[in-house]
Design a protein around this ligand. Sequence first.
Ligand SMILES: *Cc1c(COP(=O)(O)O)cnc(C)c1O
Length: 374
Amino acid sequence: MQVPFYGHQRQYLSIKKEIDDNIQEVIMSGGYVLGPMLKKFEGELSAYSGMKHAIGVGNGTDALWLVMMALGLKAGDELITNANTFFATAEAIWVVGCKAVLVDCDPLTNCIDPKAVEAAITPKTKAIVPVHLYGQCAPMREISAIAKKHNLFVIEDNAQAIDAAGDDFKIGELSDAVCTSFIIQKNLGTFGDAGAVFTNNDKINSEVRRLRNHGSTARNVHSFGFNSRLDDIHAGILSAKLKHITAWSDQRIALAKRYTAGLQGAKSFTLPYVRPGYRHVFHLYVIEVKDISKREAFLKFLNDNGVDAKTHYSIAIHQQAGYPWGKDAEIRGSLKNAEYNAAACISLPMFPELTTDEVDYCIAKVLEWDKANS
Ligand SMILES: *Cc1c(COP(=O)(O)O)cnc(C)c1O
């Protein structure tokens, strides 16, 4: 059996008419950039998220730095974020000239460790950028308490966890803004690049809207800005998909339960930890290989046996050759959990259209390797 990592075509075929109709509607409307479909989709996003403003932008990375710029963050300011995240989180901090201060994660959830955050604060610290890694919310209550105490902004990197929630908090409730990505492989993804900013703050809203469109506030009136818009074609695709996001998340959660039940007895791995009461939407189903010296062999075994497993992310930010030491970035405290995560992680196939037979096949292959290696 061959089990793919993504199911983009399967998902398209399951709602083909809804997507095709929206694409047709955009083409015939005559509005393709900042047109009626984008306006409609922004309204739907805002209603869905319960947040006052939703602003479509070019991609998730732009969403992050547009918010940072809208907040007036600049060279000399320090922003604290995960060492274990997708590279773009740190990259966005560098775009605005700030320093990325990288801290460790909680070994159970792999989300940012609030104790490490608090220990890294200096008079130059201006914001915390927690990542809702793999589809599970960072501990926002603790992070927001630290931010209040030290008067810091909080920007949620929610590229991986649309439709997730904490035990008694929603995404966006405990921060200044939420940034998401709609690139195809995310839980809500279009056939290309797109992203969005969510905020209850009117000033962030108006600034991001201005900055994304050449600094324009009215026709022919410009100040410093950029081109980072969410095209109406993508808004149409995403609008069709948004109606299904809750059902798709539920499907991911059910498949994750099946993996966890099937892999319970395996000795070589740590299985994903879900914080009590949290809605973890399993953007990725990540297991960790206890003996990190065997990770590459395990990955090869899975790939050779038709399981398209991958690693997210096998090189932490501070381990990247292109990591700008000194002025633009620094590590504070031990990063041992983040480094272990990078060395041990394996993502098994996970998408809503995955069949139970495919999950069972992946489980069987993981158990086969476990038996031979423990
Ligand atoms: C995907 C991702 C981004 C960037 O999104 P793009 O749309 O690819 O720019 C940022 N942060 C995290 C955690 C991501 O997973």
